[in-house]
Write a protein that binds this ligand. Structure first.
Ligand code: PDD
Length: 281
């Protein structure tokens, strides 16, 4: 495998950033995960736009012009011969002697890009069965709309999920409302058949998959409500599911050990999943 690291394509096993990289010391950086399907990036434009926004919110300069960045993404995919899988891209504020203040403006941001093949059949099998989630207090900062690499609360919540035999943790805010998953957006279908996902404010990441699924839902003439929903509402829902670049739509069949709906993957999640790639760019 080959990784792109600050201007060079290097063997993945030897790929490294400096110990004084601000991503390493302060989680001072942002990232994107983008699907590769049939050798092409899915929703590249939206992912790049969100990257630009994340960088702007924390005042990191673009590591290179966007046209060059897109070349690097393609070249990384090509060199790894990935047909189906994911690209990971990370930009940090660069390498400088440890000091909380921003480094000198001449310090170039660090850019790392990797690409990895994933067998699509694996995700299909998981979606066919549905996943279990647990709930966990949303103890993150108030700017989770920025896709930063500061993911410690997400790591701890997802590990707790794993140890409880679940795949995802749904964060719950102080008002008892679900915000999103550790690495996914959260959705339910109410007993009346309305599709509900939290409004995209500073309390969730505005998932690219979420945006596309809202378009799919419109096309399927589903009633959509972008609003917060409680754990109680989720437990009483007809169905529940998660979305992300790596999950598309994956049904949730248990929350905190309790079955959702009939305890099997729901029809809405399946329909959204099946239609996703015809709406993605
Ligand atoms: N996670 N919410 C959080 C906290 C996320 O980390 C992600 C993505 C999403 C879904 O966003 P999108 O639809 O754009 O993938 C929502 C990526 C896949 C990850 O961290 O691996």
């Amino acid at each position: 495998r080959i990784a792109y690291v600050n201007g060079q394509y290097v063997a993945h096993a030897q790929a490294a950033v400096h110990i004084e990289d601000r991503g390493y010391q302060f989680a001072d950086g942002v990232y994107e995960v983008c699907e590769i399907r049939g050798g092409h990036l899915v929703d590249e434009r939206r992912h790049v736009e969100r990257l630009v926004r994340s960088l702007g919110e924390i005042r990191i300069a673009l590591p290179m012009p966007l046209a060059a960045l897109k070349v690097v993404l393609r070249e990384t995919i090509r060199r790894n011969r990935v047909r189906n899988g994911f690209v990971y891209l990370q930009v940090t504020r660069g390498v400088a002697r440890r000091d909380h203040y921003f480094p000198d403006p001449s310090t170039p941001p660090s850019l790392v890009v990797t690409a990895r093949a994933v067998d699509p059949a694996k995700g299909e099998a998981v979606a066919g069965e549905g996943i279990a989630v647990i709930t966990a207090p949303d103890n993150r900062w108030e700017r989770v709309d920025i896709k930063t690499v500061g993911l410690l609360p997400n790591v701890l919540a997802k590990q707790a999920a794993k140890e409880a035999g679940a795949r995802e943790a749904w964060f719950v805010d102080r008002e008892g409302r679900i915000t999103e998953g550790g690495s996914t957006n959260a959705w339910i279908v109410t007993p009346e058949g309305r599709l509900v996902t939290r409004q995209a404010d500073n309390g969730i990441l505005r998932g690219i998959t979420r945006t596309v699924m809202l378009q799919v839902a419109e096309q399927l003439q589903l009633t959509v409500e972008e609003r917060a929903f409680t754990v109680a509402e989720a437990l009483a829902a007809r169905e529940a599911f998660v979305t992300s670049a790596t999950n598309f739509a994956t049904p949730v069949v248990r929350i905190d050990g309790l079955p959702i709906g009939d305890g099997r993957p729901g029809a809405v999640a399946r329909a959204l999943r099946e239609n996703f790639h015809s709406f993605a760019e």
